[in-house]
Each structure stands twice: as C-alpha cells, then as structure tokens.
Design a protein around this ligand. Structure first.
Ligand code: SAH
Length: 401
C-alpha cells in the first residue's frame, strides 16, 4: 500500500513534539481528526496539523492510545519484514547478555515499546513462550508474529496470558490458553544464578515469575551472609531462596497473603536444599510488619517488594502513604546497620517521590538511611529512552544508620 492511500491521523496544533521525539503512544486528546475511515487495527500515517509526516502507526479508536507508533520513516511499511527485524534485534540483545543456552532459563525476549513492538510482551521459560498482547492491532497480526517467533525459537508450546484491565482498555476478546504446541508442565523449572525455581505459567503471577527482579535478587544476596532475612511479599520465594542459597543467609522468613504463592515458595526452598533455613508464612504484610516491629523482633535484612500500589495517577497519594507505613515498619524491624531493600513497581511513583518516601520513613522511625544501590529492572527489560514509562521498577538497597 502506498503512503498516499493510507488513512491519516492528524494531530492538534503544537502536539507533535513527543511523536517527533519517538514517543509511541498517541492519546485521543492529541488527535484533531482522522481521514480515510481506518478500521480498528489498520495501519495509519500520523501527520501534523500542517500535514507534515511524523510516523507510521496502528489505529485503535476503542483504546485511550488511539495510535501506537512503530516507524518514523515515511517509506517503512508496518509489515511482516519490519516485525521480523524487530524480533531479531530483540533476540540479539538477549543472546548478547544471556548467551544462547536457554534450556533452564526465564527471560523476557520482547518487551513492548522497549523493543519497538508496542503492545507485545514475550517471555521464554525453559522452552515455552508466554505471550501477552496489549494491543488489538498486534493481536490481529498474531499469526505473523507467532510464525516469526516459532521459526526462530522452536518452542515446545506458546501460552497466551491476558490481563483483564488491558483486555478492556483495548477491546480485546481473548482468553488465556494454549496457542500452539504442548501445554507447559506445572511447574516447569528455571534457574537464575544457580538457584532453581518452579514456575507456574498458567496460574502464576505476571507471566509466571518476576523476571524483572533477577539482578536485584543476586545484588541482595551479597548482603545476606549469616543474616536473618525477612522477605516481605515473597511470592514464590525469589529473593528469600536466593539469599539462602547464594547469600548463605542464616534464616529466611517469607511473608505473603497468597497460599498458592507460599506453596511455590516452600517447594522452591526444598528444591534448593535450604528448607531448613526458610519459613514461609501467610500474613497481610501491611498489618504484620508494624505488629512485629512493636514486639521488638529484629532482622538484619528486610526486603519489601509489594504489588503495584498506584494503578493510576489518582491513586498516587494513597500509594505513597502505604509505602511510607511499610518502609517505616521495615526500618524499625532492622535497627542500626540493617539492610533495607525497598522496591516499587508502580510506574506512577518516580524515583524522586520514592526517595522522599524513604527519607520520611527513616525520619519517622528515628533513623537515617544510606543508599548503597539505586537499582532498576533486569537487562531483559530495557528502558526505552523515548518511552520512559517502560522503566517502572525501583529497587533501593539502603543501610540503616
Ligand atoms: N518478591 C517477589 C514478587 C512479589 S509480587 C519475587 O521476587 O518473586 C507481590 C506479592 O505480594 C504477591 O505474591 C502477592 O500475593 C503479595 N501480596 C499482595 N498483597 C499482600 C498483602 N497485603 N500482604 C502480603 N502479601 C501480599
């Protein structure tokens, strides 16, 4: 199809700068009009109010993101060959960082905007692929995308995971399930830094495991020698089991509200031969931490990895208060010289706001903090400089003084 025949989405005056700067999301508020009656999922050209070419994208009038942009060259069609190049570039990054033996690995192979494929996430788990579509237009192109992925990776099976909120946001009619190949074993096993974890791709959180915390788990293990570790919001024991195995922690207490998560965590401790040093208990961490702090209980390392607390900008103040209470209790449980590992996966909470929360929490607890490491997400979740929203994870390793 030639450019002239493509429908056009016209920006409002003075709204083009972010898109010239390659931000891939065009929200409805930036759009002045649409010419050519594109169907949902159709390829469109984004132009300025004066008719100047900006980028090529895919259209979804039913989403807040009316156009997702994929190419900034006028003659670059959004076709199979472009997807193929993008997939190759994404795989090349993972091969360069993680080598080529992925037999017992969990890796994010395609991370949406960060890999030039806004609306597609693909994770690899020991031979299986888990795919998430967050864009209607890419979902419509799934046969092409899956054929390209299958040709390169020859997975045992491809499992589709969806999130209700995203389905609703994009008007996607899809359900979790097997797309091709064999069903994944439950659990299947991956290894990180020599630690093995059982992963449930079908019912586990996210796509089965918090791959984004991989490097933070090994960073934290370096502080865990002989330590009493509290892994709050432990899920399947990612941090705690790594602290016991790699860090030689003296003891690990993992807390989570989900019985299914705790069962995975106990099995993972067993699998790695550290069950004698690890306990996993069901608790509401928000209530449990202040309660334990009051009893005078002490730990050497406290890890806080709560679920996303600010789902929208409107929820920001509430989330900051919750982070404050949690971090204050954690600091009280630590005392002088203790190590606080405080994470936030809420994209709406930026680093400045999070650092301010940590500072207030320390003050309220009558302590001070030294930041030893201000960390982010693992390298298979790169952050696009054009779409900083792709950087959501913060992991601060601090010393209580
Ligand atoms: N640290 C984990 C990931 C944590 S995800 C890892 O490295 O794999 C957040 C976890 O918090 C989930 O397992 C969820 O079940 C748990 N959770 C959510 N609300 C909670 C609450 N109020 N108390 C305890 N756990 C909670």
């Amino acid at each position: 199809m030639t450019d002239a025949s493509l429908p056009r989405v016209i920006l409002k005056p003075r709204h083009a700068l972010p898109f010239f700067n390659r931000h891939p999301w065009v929200f409805s508020g930036a759009v002045k009009g649409v010419e050519g009656d594109p169907a949902p999922g159709a390829e469109v050209v984004l132009v300025t109010d004066a008719g100047e070419f900006v980028a090529r994208g895919l259209y979804n009038p039913n989403s807040n993101i009316v156009v997702r942009l994929y190419a900034w060259k006028e003659r670059q069609p959004l076709d199979r060959s472009l997807w193929s190049q993008r997939i190759d570039a994404a795989l090349a990054l993972r091969r360069s960082v993680f080598g080529t033996d992925w037999n017992e690995r969990g890796l994010r192979l395609i991370y949406s905007e960060s890999d030039g494929l806004s609306g597609l996430v693909v994770d690899w788990y020991s031979g299986w692929l888990v795919v998430q579509f967050t864009s209607l237009a890419l979902w419509q192109r799934r046969d092409d995308l899956l054929a390209l992925l299958t040709k390169r990776l020859q997975p045992e099976g491809v499992w589709l995971r969806t999130e209700k909120s995203i389905r609703e946001a994009e008007g996607l009619e899809v359900a979790d399930g097997l797309l091709t190949g064999r069903e994944p074993p439950r659990p299947l096993f991956i290894a990180e830094q020599g630690v093995r974890y059982g992963v449930d791709l079908v019912e586990g959180h996210k796509t089965g495991f918090y791959l984004d915390q991989r490097d933070n788990r090994s960073a934290v293990a370096r502080y865990a020698a002989d330590a009493r570790v509290l892994d709050a919001f432990c899920y399947s024991g990612g941090f705690g089991v790594c602290a016991a195995v790699c860090g030689r922690a003296k003891s690990v207490l993992g807390l989570d509200s989900s019985e299914a998560a705790l069962a995975l965590a106990r099995a993972n401790a067993e699998l790695n031969g550290v069950a004698d040093r690890c306990r996993f208990e069901r608790a509401d961490v928000f209530a449990e931490l202040p309660r334990r702090a009051k009893t005078g209980e002490r730990f050497d390392v406290v890890i806080l990895d709560p679920p996303k607390m600010a789902r929208s900008r409107a929820g920001l103040q509430r989330a900051l208060k919750a982070y404050l209470r949690l971090n204050q209790a954690a600091i009280e449980l630590l005392g002088q010289g203790g190590i606080l590992v405080s994470c936030s996966c809420s994209g709406h909470v930026d680093r400045d706001a999070f650092e301010e929360v940590l500072s207030l929490a320390a003050t309220e607890a009558g302590r001070s903090l030294q930041i030893l490491e201000a960390r982010g997400q693992a390298t298979d979740h790169p952050v696009s400089i054009h779409c900083l929203e792709t950087g959501y994870l913060k992991c601060y390793i601090c010393r209580v003084v």
